[in-house]
Design a protein around this ligand. Structure first.
Ligand SMILES: Nc1nc2c(ncn2[C@@H]2O[C@H](COP(=O)(O)OP(=O)(O)OP(=O)(O)O)[C@@H](O)[C@H]2O)c(=O)[nH]1
Length: 322
């Protein structure tokens, strides 16, 4: 079969990627149908001609304005122009006011009649990027309770500890361990046990609504709450409310009006971080949680580390919203 110019143009116009061919100075010499259509969808007139428009100009302007991706695109294209490479790829976001979109920019060069040309292709990769972001998000969640998992908690705690240390902000950590959970499982069944954990997580979510708060499930029947910016007294008052809310949850929510209620033992420790040891709060809160268990369960044991007690009392704190 003879490949005609018409066939080639039809082919390139059928390709879904936005494609432009530019000359050695990056002046556009050809755009395919998808490229033109993208321009129209983004406000250009259907009569607009891309031929002669310099591809660099928009990248250059954005790079000057400090757009990180445009700077990378700009330096990649510069390298191509200088002949330091023959192709270049970059994934970048291109969000409109109401949609989030990502594209893959691919640029390859070729020579014809002793002239250098570049094929520039923009491929919509939104679906793939969104799936990747969703998978990354899922990897941080506990599948049963849909709150953060142990790994997400560890990362959060390390960062939050550093942030609070840098800014001399109080940080509180509370460990919540379900009382007699083995008995609940054995008596009511594993499914009811699971539902107890889900409903406790639901309560914890209500008390961790600020961006700097976190609740997480870090073990079988062990959950945690992290609060910053609260004095130890404020944290203790919130913890008491959490304890009360959980102690009003019936174990067997659906089937028995005579069901016992869930009970938990909680250890709460507050400090203003002043060491490298971001695990020290966890250790302290864990010891307090065991004190609560030994004191008869369904209770809160709390402490403010001695060195910060004064500063916590002196510092004006915003009240957390419940
Ligand atoms: N339903 C359910 N049970 C779990 C899950 N993960 C761990 N468990 C159970 O949780 C129970 C935890 O029991 P323990 O912490 O040892 O003790 P406990 O019965 O809670 O007693 P105290 O902690 O002393 O109040 C074990 O029986 C585990 O099998 C889960 O995802 N779902």
């Amino acid at each position: 079969m003879n490949v005609t110019l018409d066939l080639l143009i039809k082919t390139i116009n059928t390709v879904k990627n936005n494609i432009a061919v530019v000359d050695a100075t990056f002046n556009i010499v050809f755009t395919n149908h998808a490229w033109n259509q993208f321009g129209i969808e983004n406000g250009l007139s259907p009569d607009f001609s891309w031929v002669g428009v310099n591809y660099f100009t928009p990248s250059l302007c954005a790079a000057r304005e400090g757009d990180h991706f445009s700077q990378r695109a700009f330096s990649g294209l510069e390298k191509l122009k200088r002949g330091e490479c023959t192709e270049f790829q970059l994934e970048y976001p291109c969000h409109s006011h109401n949609t989030e979109r990502w594209f893959l920019l691919e640029v390859t060069s070729f020579e014809m009649d002793e002239q250098r040309y570049y094929v520039i292709s923009h491929m919509d990769i939104t679906q793939r990027v969104q799936l990747e972001m969703e998978a990354r998000q899922q990897a941080k969640l506990d599948p049963l309770t849909h709150i953060a998992n142990r790994r997400a908690f560890d990362n959060f705690m390390a960062n939050e500890w550093r942030r609070c240390r840098r800014n001399a902000i109080p940080l509180s950590l509370m460990i919540i361990d379900v009382d007699d959970f083995k008995y609940i499982n054995d008596t009511y069944g594993h499914q009811i046990g699971d539902s107890c954990l889900q409903r406790i997580a639901g309560i914890l979510k209500q008390y961790t609504s600020r961006a700097s708060d976190l609740c997480a499930r870090i073990g079988g029947d062990e959950l945690v709450v992290v609060w910053s910016h609260l004095s130890s007294q404020e944290a203790r008052a919130l913890a008491q409310s959490v304890l009360k809310a959980i102690s009003q949850l019936p174990i067997d929510e659906d089937n028995s009006p005579f069901s016992d209620c869930i009970s938990v033992s909680m250890g709460l420790c507050s400090t203003i971080p002043d060491t490298d040891d971001h695990l020290m709060l966890l250790t302290a809160a864990d010891a307090l949680m065991y004190q609560a268990k030994n004191a008869g369960k369904n209770t809160l044991a709390s402490d403010s580390l001695a060195s910060d007690a004064l500063s916590l009392a002196q510092k004006p704190m915003p009240i957390a919203t419940e």
